[in-house]
Design a protein around this ligand. Structure first.
Ligand code: NAD
Length: 525
């Protein structure tokens, strides 16, 4: 649990505890609103000089920081593990590796991704016009992040903000401040100019202060409830927001799927990071003809998982990151069981150990009236339902307030693609689960209550810049045809514009040429 001492007074601190032992691992300041405003002012001052550097020079800092991370891989993994309870090996596979990949990708490719683009402007070119767009940094990006991936989520956002020429202020989760401070330290040692990245540790009040501190955009990752609060506050200042919120991600296992592999994927997708991922498999639907075999495989694989403190070796599943999150899991599972669900394995917290350990749980006999199938559980729970037809599977997948990721399992890729197109989600994977947040090149984000906007890929980079349109007239000595004065002939030409020019056809536009030349030549007053 987070403790703040003393509450909300200057000099207050947040204490970071190891969730598995409950022991303090360190402290960080609880930033007050005026300190947050000061941090924003500081980075704003440093930003123009950074934006004036070439993208290649910015990339050099990122690549140097990347080298430091690689050298200190084990130490950073241990820190992440101790702040979250996840296995250190998983910190390497799910956080450090994807972030290292993202760093090299944006360090090397941002220049190309943000190269000015020529825009085709239909028939306006016949009048000597051309257009292109350029991308300019927004200024200061406020990043608010959660605790479940305390390294990869904020670091990805920071790197993309910096590479696109912005400064950044990061407000990490109150559960994982030390990991965020390590991000700042590594970048500083990599040569990031002083004052370009500030980390304002604190709780929700610090996050709210960041939204109010005059940043140019908020990149928020967290729960739906907080996301809505952030959007509401940002609207007051007319600040754009990207919201990466929760998920209730469905996995559809069709009758022609490879049962063994789909079962292993379901187990990893549901229990990696102890199920505390926005893209965890939160609901599984399996065709009735293979359901018995699939469920038996899932249960067998789940029982083989080794659970324990993340710092120990040979551990598959760690503890949950907080007692608060464990209580949500308990509520969902208990409510489902009270209403007829069956826990084939797990179904309760692990007794006789300290720390928030919840046993990996497989539920059957579930339905869409249960919270475990409707709300984000965000824990090691895999509820499985059967379906009879593809239509039913798609209907069940889309019967959700969320739309982050989904997966379809089939040996027929064409069939998989056909179903993928029918599913309402930001990402649909065919024969894959969970991991695509780790691909720097592809867009990440959701529909419905899962959020607004995108991170990663070119779409994510475009969220961090403003697109400026530059329009050029190469015939500056000629008045435009649509300028004053209007008379009968002009009106005829304008009708011709509507019918021919606006058709987009060069031939049709050429038919107007005599009238156009006449209007250009006639005197206007
Ligand atoms: P949360 O919403 O409680 O907190 C997220 C962050 O917002 C924290 O840093 C918190 O201090 C801050 N905050 C709290 N109140 C605030 C306010 N009024 N104004 C501004 N900031 C405020 O979420 P959490 O429990 O830390 O994270 C879990 C949630 O994050 C889950 O719902 C999960 O699905 C979601 N998540 C989504 C993605 C994604 O990419 N879509 C990724 C990871 C996590």
């Amino acid at each position: 649990m987070v403790q703040t001492i003393p509450t909300k007074l200057p000099g207050a601190e947040i204490i970071s505890n190891d969730p598995t032992t409950g022991k303090e691992i360190g402290r960080a300041p609880l930033f007050m609103p005026e300190e947050v405003a000061h941090a924003v002012a500081r980075v704003r001052e440093a930003q123009p000089e950074w934006a004036a550097l070439s993208v290649r020079e910015r990339g050099r800092v990122i690549m140097k920081s990347r080298k430091i991370i690689l050298r200190e891989l084990e130490e950073i993994a241990a820190l992440i593990s101790s702040e979250t309870g996840k296995p250190a090996a998983e910190a390497v596979s799910l956080e450090l590796t994807p972030a290292l990949d993202l760093m090299q990708y944006f360090a090397r490719n941002t220049a190309g991704l943000l190269r000015p683009r020529r825009i085709g402007i239909g028939q306006y070119w016949t009048m000597g016009r051309s257009s292109y767009e350029v991308y300019k940094p927004l200024g200061v990006i406020g990043i608010i992040s959660p605790w479940n991936f305390p390294w990869a989520t904020p670091l990805d956002e920071v790197v993309m903000a910096l590479m696109s020429g912005n400064a950044a202020v990061l407000k990490p989760s109150e559960l994982t401040p030390l990991t965020a401070l390590k991000i700042k330290e590594v970048l500083a040692r990599g040569g990031l100019p002083d004052g370009l990245l500030e980390v304002v540790t604190g709780d929700g009040s610090t996050g709210a202060a960041l939204v109010a501190a005059g940043v140019n955009k908020i990149m928020f990752t967290g729960s739906v409830a907080t996301g809505k609060r952030v959007a509401e506050a940002a609207a007051k200042y007319l600040i754009p927001v990207v919201l990466e919120l929760g998920g209730k991600d469905p996995m559809l296992v069709l009758d022609d799927a490879n049962v063994e592999n789909a079962a292993r994927a379901a187990v990893w997708g549901a229990f990696a990071n102890c199920g505390q991922s926005c893209s965890s498999v939160e609901r599984c639907y399996v065709h009735e003809s293979i359901a018995e075999r699939f469920i038996a495989e899932v249960v067998k694989e789940t029982r083989r998982l080794r659970q324990g403190p993340g710092r120990e070796e040979n551990i598959d599943v760690g503890s949950m990151s907080s007692e608060r999150q464990l209580r949500i899991v308990e509520r969902h599972v208990n409510q489902a069981i009270d209403n007829g669900a069956t826990a084939l394995t797990g179904g309760e917290r692990v007794r006789d150990v300290t720390g928030p350990f919840y046993a990996p749980t497989v539920l059957t006999n579930v339905n869409h009236n249960m919270d475990v199938m409707r709300e984000e559980t965000f824990g090691p729970v895999l509820p499985i339902m059967k379906f009879r037809s593809e239509e039913e599977a798609v209907r069940l997948a889309n019967d959700s307030d969320f739309g982050l990721t989904a997966s379809v399992w089939t040996n027929n890729i064409t069939r998989g693609k056909r179903l993928a197109a029918k599913i309402d989600a930001g990402t649909v994977m065919i024969n894959e689960v969970f991991y695509t947040h780790g691909i720097a090149q592809t867009p990440w984000g959701g529909l419905k209550q899962s959020g607004l906007g995108r991170t990663h890929g070119r779409a994510g980079l475009l969220e961090l810049v403003h697109t400026q349109h530059i329009h050029v007239n190469r015939l500056p000595f000629m008045p435009d045809l649509w300028w004053f004065n209007y008379d009968e002939r002009a009106a005829r030409l304008f009708r011709g514009f509507a019918r021919r020019f606006a058709s987009g056809s060069l031939l049709q536009t050429m038919l107007l040429l005599p009238q156009m030349i006449q209007r250009w030549r006639e005197p206007r007053n």
